[in-house]
Ligand binder design. Structure first.
Ligand code: NAD
Ligand code: MG
Length: 391
């Protein structure tokens, strides 16, 4: 029996995870669920799965959730950082699904690792911010980090049975997002609704905007670097609009292995939950005759500068990837609130990175401090320039 904790249960990955858990009750038991402020959905999930613990963002929210639960409900309602940590380290849990969005995922994921839980990792920001510390902690604790991000799940599957020393290159595929074919001169006019309309994947708002700017791929380069111990120069991004090839690896004999499937996150989630077994989750293989062709093209770094910023952050190292991540979170939030235009997102991140003084080989506290600094700085830049920082 896999005893699950789901951090970010009310999100896109969380809901998909619960669908799988519900389908295989003899394999999975849900021990703890966390959300932020989607109380109706969390209450419904608590009723369906009877976890020992449910966690929300603050005390006020805990009161709201409690009122939505039937009298006699045995689930303990907790809140805040302590609540998230209690869920992540639930004594009976065997696996923690890390599916909160953003930097909020780092500390609970790290707590779960230190408590000896295997991790099904969707929250890529954890590795972007503190990849070296997190991977080292996993080694010390002897826990597995099983990737849920579809590209990294693909790479994990492609590498299986091979020697890592024979691996020459990782090829991360990218759909290119909704603006692949749009001229960059029109990027200032992109609306929030345009950017939220992803052509192939159904995801939460933040990662959907990251896909539209292609920062998502940049974050994934950093994630791959840590998960697979490869230098950024050996990680390539390739546009593949159909999202059928989820990623590939090239070996030193010129052979390439790709993992394919229809774009449905349940495939990668189920793989992480049941590894090394595979579950009959009801997903059909792609109908290649109907698809007809698979297209590939090189990314346009000038049009999507976020990818370049991410490579630059990993080359700079130290606290810079955490700054990239934090500035991106602020830029995306401001774009969603219509405070800055779509074309300003990379400029705000670049300006924040430009002002940062890197701490090399940072300890956790220094990473968290760089994260706070970058959020403050990005906000200040927008306040003082009205979002027109580098005109
Ligand atoms: P989402 O926005 O749909 O869900 C996020 C979850 O985190 C929700 O449960 C929300 O309540 C919770 N949350 C948000 N802010 C929080 C905070 N400050 N404290 C505690 N909880 C908080 O996001 P998603 O699309 O499910 O993505 C989750 C993570 O998985 C992200 O890191 C994303 O990059 C990664 N990921 C998602 C997909 C996908 O298909 N959705 C694919 C690959 C990777
Ligand atoms: Mg991905």
């Amino acid at each position: 029996m896999n005893e699950l904790v789901i951090l970010g249960a009310t999100g896109s990955i969380g809901r998909n995870t619960l669908e799988i858990a519900e389908k295989f009750p003899d394999r999975f038991r849900v021990r703890a669920l966390t959300g932020k402020d989607n109380f109706d959905l969390l209450a419904e999930q608590v009723a369906r799965f009877s976890p020992d613990i449910a966690v929300v963002y603050d005390e006020n929210g805990a009161g709201i959730l409690q009122k939505k639960l039937p009298a006699g409900c045995r689930t303990r309602i907790l809140c805040g950082d302590e609540g998230y940590a209690a869920a992540a380290t639930h004594p009976d849990a065997t696996m923690v699904v890390s599916a909160m969005v953003g930097g909020a995922g780092l500390l609970p994921t790290l707590a779960a690792i230190e408590a000896g839980k295997d991790i099904a990792l969707a929250n890529k920001e954890t590795l972007v911010m503190a990849g070296s510390l997190v991977m080292a902690a996993a080694t010390v604790a002897g826990v597995r980090i099983l990737p849920v991000d579809s590209e990294h799940s693909a790479i994990f599957q492609c590498i299986a049975g091979n020697h890592v020393k024979d691996l020459e290159k990782i090829v991360l595929t990218a759909s290119g997002g909704p603006f692949l074919g749009r001229d960059a001169s029109g990027f200032a006019d992109i609306t929030v609704a345009d950017a939220l309309a992803h052509p192939t994947w159904q995801m939460g708002a933040k990662i959907t905007i990251d896909s539209a700017t292609m920062m998502n791929k940049g974050l994934e380069v950093i994630e791959a670097m840590h998960l697979f111990g490869m230098p950024p120069g050996a990680i390539e991004v390739l546009i593949h609009p159909q999202s059928i090839v989820h990623s590939m690896v090239a070996f030193r004999d010129g052979s390439v292995i790709a993992q394919m499937g229809i774009p449905d996150m349940k495939g990668a989630i189920a793989h992480a939950l049941s590894y090394p077994e595979r579950l009959p989750i009801g997903i059909e293989p792609p109908d290649f005759a109907a698809i007809g062709r698979l297209d590939f093209q090189a990314p346009d770094f000038a049009k999507f500068p976020c990818i370049k910023l991410a490579y630059r952050a990993c080359e700079a190292g130290g606290t810079m990837p955490a700054v990239l991540n934090a500035a991106n979170e602020i830029a995306v939030a401001f774009f969603l609130e219509k405070k800055i235009g779509f074309d300003r997102i990379p400029r705000l991140i670049e300006e924040t990175m430009h002002r940062h003084r890197i701490v090399s080989e940072p300890a956790l506290e220094e990473i968290l401090s760089a994260d706070r600094w970058a959020r403050r700085t990005a906000r200040q830049i927008v306040e003082t320039t009205g979002g027109k920082e580098t005109e």
